[in-house]
Design a protein around this ligand. Structure first.
Ligand code: SAM
Length: 251
């Protein structure tokens, strides 16, 4: 793993990061969501290429998105970037160590870097990736940073390259969004009600409360506006699951 001296804000350093997979109990559609990211990403690869196509997994976490990409693709070089060492430790065990033979058979190579997403993108050459994916990442960042990141993604993608952004994306209709949020929070409270789970559930409720602050909420309108401003075309919602949506856009 390549390391930088950038430090995370700790959002995924505590129990939420150490046991991120426990979230599947409250959001059982996560595997379908990650599979959706990977399928859209595969469809965005060039029809013909020699060697390996290049895919960037921005905010790769503990490897769920990369694992879905590996199940869907072959002949690719995947670059994983994440700011949080707690997540990257699991990524290395699960993907780099755990999938050695699968990766070899599919001619998939992976490099992983601990860095801030925007800083990493700024250090990349223009037109250097075929596809960029991001799963549950951008909503964690301030609006200004998100829009800079989208512009940088447009710069590092090759012409016609694809960005697949799967994230917690609030519906434009505030009432609909509030209903989705309430449904998700109710599930979290119910699923993590035992004494062994309670602290985990509370951390997630705090995450959702913070993400719902007006200046941080990642609305569908913002997603579309930032993609348009960065010059993307064919912007579409591929699928929505309650609070989450999968958006694909081509350069
Ligand atoms: C909810 S996890 C999702 C991980 C993975 N993409 C998935 O779908 O399972 C969000 C990840 O974004 C990372 N992240 C948050 N802010 C970041 C930043 N500024 N730069 C890079 N990664 C960041 C977190 O460390 C965390 O691992």
């Amino acid at each position: 793993m390549k390391k930088t001296n950038v430090t995370s804000d700790g959002r995924f350093a505590g129990i939420v990061g150490e046991d991120y997979d426990r979230l599947l109990r409250a959001i059982p559609h996560i595997p379908a969501f990650e599979h959706g990211i990977a399928t859209s990403a595969r469809k965005g690869l060039p029809k013909k290429f020699t060697g390996q196509a290049k895919v960037l997994d921005l905010g790769c976490g503990n490897g769920m998105t990369t694992m879905a990409l590996c199940a869907e693709m072959k002949n690719v070089h995947i670059v994983g970037v994440d700011i949080e060492p707690t997540m990257l430790k699991q990524y290395e065990a699960r993907v780099i160590e755990g999938q050695k033979s699968t990766l070899r058979d599919a001619n998939i190579s992976i490099t992983v870097t601990q860095n801030d997403a925007l800083q990493f993108l700024k250090g990349c050459e223009a037109n250097s990736f075929d596809v960029v994916v991001s799963g549950y990442v951008l909503h964690n960042l301030p609006q200004q940073v998100r829009s800079e990141i989208v512009k940088e993604i447009a710069r590092v993608l090759r012409p016609n390259g694809r960005f697949v952004n799967g994230d917690k994306i609030a519906q434009n209709d505030e009432k609909v969004h509030q209903r989705s949020l309430l449904k998700q929070l109710t599930t979290i409270v119910n699923v993590y009600s035992s004494p062994a789970d309670r602290a985990y559930g509370i951390e997630w409720v705090e995450h959702y409360a913070r993400d719902n602050q007006p200046d941080l909420k990642y609305k569908e309108s913002e997603v579309f506006d930032s993609l348009k401003a960065a010059g993307f075309k064919k912007i579409k919602i591929v699928k929505r699951w309650n609070m989450e949506a999968l958006v694909s856009a081509d350069k």
